[in-house]
Ligand binder design. Structure first.
Ligand SMILES: Nc1nc2c(ncn2[C@@H]2O[C@H](COP(=O)(O)OP(=O)(O)OP(=O)(O)O)[C@@H](O)[C@H]2O)c(=O)[nH]1
Ligand SMILES: [Mg+2]
Length: 233
């Protein structure tokens, strides 16, 4: 029976994390474990996870401070591989990604190496973004798809399922982007290595609880990293 591990980075997700963990395990998916990577959240997120870990198959990595989404995922991927995962998910803690989509992603990964929970294929969409956020996101996607020749439609999606071999093959520690650009860089390296990438439609709902961690620094990093990838690799 294949082992599935969902890696969830958290920073101040006290309003969401318990509900999310309970909802995921209520799905009763066999051989599924969670790996939470918390960056010393000030709001007690790690303590909540620690308590739930006594009842559910939940692993917790705690890091000393806020070190960014990308490095949190890389730490999580290394640990998930060590724990013997066959399939490794990326997922946000803020309920933008619907746990009900996990099963469909597991079906799709049978015929792919990376499955993207996509807002940009028929049936997929975003709920709750204002016009500004929509334009920002489309602009970033257009820019990186054009510059890097990415084939997937939703290139910034943070809801993904990787086959183990992908993360074993890529040199994870060579990934330098940490914020917003991380998802594009990981996708770019996956495509370049020749893996099969497929997209299934998901409905993405903007966070209802807690605060966004997206910063201006991340937006600047995004453009710098895209250009670096284009000309250095
Ligand atoms: N460990 C860790 N997790 C982070 C960090 N930054 C963000 N996260 C988590 O990564 C996930 C995505 O972050 P979000 O703040 O939702 O970013 P976003 O989805 O681009 O923006 P919004 O949905 O608008 O808030 C959430 O689960 C966050 O708690 C970080 O520096 N370290
Ligand atoms: Mg979010």
């Amino acid at each position: 029976m294949s082992k599935k591990i969902i890696v969830i980075p958290t920073y101040n997700e006290q309003e969401n994390i318990e509900k999310l963990i309970r909802k995921i395990f209520a799905l009763q998916i066999s051989n599924l474990e969670l790996l939470i990577v918390d960056d010393n959240s000030l709001d007690g997120t790690a303590q909540i996870v620690g308590e739930l870990a006594t009842n559910f198959p939940v692993h917790l990595i705690t890091r000393a401070g806020k070190m960014g989404l990308g490095s949190a995922y890389i730490a999580g991927f290394h640990q998930a591989l060590k724990l013997g995962a066959d399939y490794i998910f990326e997922m946000d803690a803020d309920f933008s990604h619907d746990p009900d989509d996990i099963s469909r992603m597991l079906e799709a990964i049978e015929h792919a190496d990376l499955v993207i929970g996509s807002r940009k294929v028929p049936g997929g969409k975003v709920i709750g973004w204002n016009m500004r956020r929509k334009i920002q996101s489309s602009g970033a996607m257009w820019f990186s798809r054009t510059l890097l020749g990415l084939n997937a439609k939703d290139v910034t999606a943070g809801f993904r399922c990787f086959r183990r071999t992908v993360l074993e093959t890529l040199n994870l520690d060579a990934i330098t982007s940490n914020g917003y650009a991380f998802q594009e860089e990981l996708l770019y390296r996956t495509q370049k290595a020749g893996f099969r990438i497929s997209e299934i439609p998901v409905i993405f709902i903007d966070r209802q609880e807690g605060k966004s961690k997206l910063s201006t620094k991340d937006i600047i990093e995004f453009f710098v990293v895209m250009i670096k990838l284009k000309f250095k690799n």
